[in-house]
Design a binder for this molecule. Structure first.
Ligand code: GDP
Length: 722
């Protein structure tokens, strides 16, 4: 068992986690030696890699399907029930279907647009299997000879420079060339020769040996023009055609699953054995590869290639242990220094950040709760009911005067209007009139008490609370955290909704008595008298403001009053409406505005008269409720409000204030889980930086510790007697 390689793969994975930690800033510079595989397109590179892995999993196709380096980590896992792959950066989990891995790789590669051609951002893929050795391999885009018509001009040089980056020291180069192409033209070997002229860290792999004469094959494997210390390996890495047909019909996968000799690696190996066995020239050269002698060795077969790679990687790792350890330490020192300077060594966890944010949110929630209590709910509900009272008054009193031809304001003189509106000094005498006004007020009271105060008031408070919660999440500690915002809003809505119907019912029940009788105290009457007066005053102000706006919209007060006069006259039959445009030059829109102006003026007149009435002596007494409906309705509205608020406060407000913080504790505390907590914390750019630097430091510490223990292990091994 290649213990060292396995340990180094572990260390490599730790270092890789730093690289994917996010942001280019966190990339580590520490390089552990890797095996990189280069070769021209169609040289058989994929076939060799797949033979080593035992599965077909690499992207296939003519359209430059390898556009990014694939960092392949093979992990031998003897106990694993199934073989699977994992893309650590994608968090897709274990993928047991190799066709799915192939599809994912194809998608990832093709995501690089044609215009960019290749990218040096590697795809990381780990494969766990009892059939693979512990090995790391980097597959690179294949060299192209001449760019095809639809490929960008710079493609060739871009691929070359990408490969150059990877074949630099201390990496091991696996240079793949096909036997049926002149080796002098092998781009892979030429590239290797450029960076490794003495052939110290290059392994030559000659594929497609079956396509040339066996003696020519042996010649190629002893390539004297570029001697390699680790020699050449010859393979026939093609899946035999009978099996390939079966593979395309899905039979091979079943075949593959039928035991440890079933993977395509074993199939290829068997095929090679037969092929090489058939030609004595190979049998003579077929030696177990021993590449330590420094002599040009000939190695045959995928299995021997695989074993050779394992030994070489192990040896290279061992040689590079100390430099890698030094590099890790140096990077650790820099990171630790930065952490001290920037954060004074202050540790942070996603959990502590969340707890802190939640506390701060709860604090602002508490502040809001202190400001939005019973009194505020009362004012809100009262103003809602005020509006309802005004609507009822308009409907039952003021507009009536316009609708009822006998009461039509336009046709009446001021004195009559005054009498209709009961400016109190002139009390009505006719009992029939009394009955009419009694009915009007009773209808108003009934409308008001039966207008669904329970529902209205509960909706009002619920909306105010959810609105405020929205404001709080958007401005407070969670403002940069969309996910948590939703959690807070959901919790809010759930609490409010669960209380809605019972609260509305309770309120409705409690105001029931007012539907039958409303008793008024003197004090209540005088308070409502003042309030009703203020309400009318405000209504007058609004009428005046609307009138002023109307004047401006028609081009001045003079114009508006001309139109108003015309409308007034047409009402009295003094002019004909049909003549408005032709004779007077008033458009329909203008006439409508005239009507509106007239309405507003009259409404304001009535309101002013009513204000006078409320001021009068008569209205001081609660006995004159039929003459002062504004005051009586205000008393009713006030009573409804007071009663409703009592229940709203207990059933909804206090309940919400009590439960929300607890609900948030439950949902945002441990309920969130570590991954979401981390995602949450990293949504805040500052915290993200802090967390990442800290993680980087921790990972480097871990890597340093591991590599030191590997070095120690190596030393004891060396000291032990053989
Ligand atoms: P890549 O483009 O370098 O990855 O090359 P592939 O592995 O896709 O191989 C290109 C073609 O050569 C495919 O049709 C393979 O089946 C074929 N091929 C690969 N290795 C061998 C081999 O050893 N012998 C023969 N005859 N064909 C091979």
């Amino acid at each position: 068992m290649m213990l060292l390689t396995r340990k180094m793969i572990e260390i490599r994975n730790i270092l890789q986690e730093i690289s994917t930690g996010g942001g280019s800033r966190s990339l580590t510079r520490v390089q552990l030696p890797s095996i990189v595989v280069v070769g021209s397109q169609s040289s058989g590179k994929s076939s060799v890699l797949e033979a080593i892995v035992g599965h077909e999993f690499l992207p296939k196709g003519n359209n430059m399907v390898t556009r990014r380096p694939i960092e392949l980590t093979l992990i031998n896992s003897p106990d694993a029930a199934a073989e699977y792959g994992e893309f650590p950066a994608l968090k897709l989990g274990k993928i047991t279907d190799f066709a799915q891995i192939q599809k994912t790789l194809t998608d990832l590669n093709l995501a690089i647009p044609d215009s960019e051609a290749v990218s040096d951002d590697p795809i990381r893929l780990n494969i766990y299997s009892p059939h693979v050795p512990d090995l790391t391999l980097i597959d690179l885009p294949g060299y192209i000879q001449i760019a095809a018509a639809d490929q960008p001009e710079f493609l060739k040089s871009k691929i070359t420079s990408l490969c150059d980056k990877y074949i630099a020291s201390p990496n091991i180069i696996v240079a793949i060339s096909a036997a049926d192409v002149d080796l002098a033209n092998s781009t892979a070997l030429r590239a290797a020769k450029r960076v490794d002229p003495r052939g110290e860290r290059t392994i030559g792999v000659i594929t497609k040996l079956d396509l040339v004469d066996p003696s020519r094959a042996i010649d190629l494997l002893q390539n004297r023009s570029y001697p390699l210390q680790m020699g050449y390996v010859g393979v026939v890495s093609k899946v035999p055609s009978t099996l390939a047909t079966r593979a395309s019909s899905g039979l091979l996968s079943r075949f593959s699953g039928s035991g440890d000799s079933g993977d395509i690696g074993s199939v290829i190996a068997k095929n090679e054995e037969v092929y090489f066995g058939r030609h004595p020239v190979f049998t003579r050269a077929l030696t177990d590869a021993d590449d330590l002698t420094g002599q040009q060795q000939v190695t045959l077969g995928v299995i021997n290639l695989r074993n050779k790679l394992m030994r070489i990687l192990e040896r290279t790792m061992a040689k590079n242990l100390q430099p890698a350890c030094d590099a890790i330490h140096q990077e650790l020192e820099e990171t630790a220094y930065q952490f001290k300077v920037e954060y004074n060594d202050r540790p942070i966890t996603a959990e502590s950040y969340l707890a802190q944010s939640l506390d701060s949110f709860k604090l602002s929630f508490k502040e809001f709760a202190g400001k939005f209590g019973r009194e505020q709910v009362r004012a809100m509900l009262k103003s809602e009911l005020d509006q309802r009272v005004l609507d009822l008054l308009a409907q039952r009193y003021w507009n009536k005067l316009d609708e009822d031809p006998d009461l039509a304001l336009g046709t009446l003189d001021d004195a009559t209007i005054k009498s209709i509106l009961r400016p109190v000094s002139e009390l009505p005498s006719a009992p029939s009139e009394d009955v009419y006004w009694h009915r009007q007020l009773d209808a108003c009271v009934s409308n008001l008490t039966k207008s669904g105060v329970g529902r209205t008031s509960t909706t009002l408070v619920s909306n105010a609370l959810s609105g405020e919660m929205e404001h709080l999440v958007n401005s407070g500690a969670f403002k940069t955290h969309p996910y948590v915002k939703t959690i807070v809003q959901d919790a809010t809505m759930e609490i409010l909704n669960s209380r809605f119907y019972s609260t509305a019912d309770q309120v409705e029940n409690c105001i029931k008595p007012y539907k039958y009788e409303v008793e008024v105290e003197d004090q209540e009457w005088s308070k409502s008298r003042e309030h009703a007066f203020a309400l009318l005053k405000e209504e007058v102000r609004q009428c005046e403001a609307a009138y002023y706006k109307l004047q401006r919209s028609v081009g001045g007060g003079k114009k508006l009053s001309q139109v108003e006069k015309f409308v007034e006259k047409s009402r009295r039959g003094l002019v004909k409406m049909e003549d408005a445009n032709e004779i007077y030059g008033f458009s329909q829109a203008l006439i409508d505005k005239g009507r509106e102006g007239l309405f507003l003026t009259k409404r304001a007149d009535i309101l002013r008269l009513r204000m006078q009435a409320l001021k009068s002596k008569q209205c001081k007494s609660k006995d004159s409720k039929y003459y002062c409906p504004e005051i009586f309705l205000d008393v009713v509205a006030d009573k409804l409000t007071q009663t409703a608020v009592l229940f709203l406060n207990v059933e909804l407000l206090s309940d919400f204030y009590y439960h929300l913080p607890r609900e948030l504790d439950a949902r945002l505390g441990h309920g969130l889980g570590p991954q979401k907590m981390e995602n949450f914390a990293k949504e805040n750019a500052k915290v993200r930086r802090h967390l990442e630097l800290q993680e980087r430091k921790q990972k480097l510490e871990l890597a340093a510790e591991k590599i030191e223990s590997v070095i120690a292990m190596q030393k004891t091994r060396r000291l032990q007697p053989a």
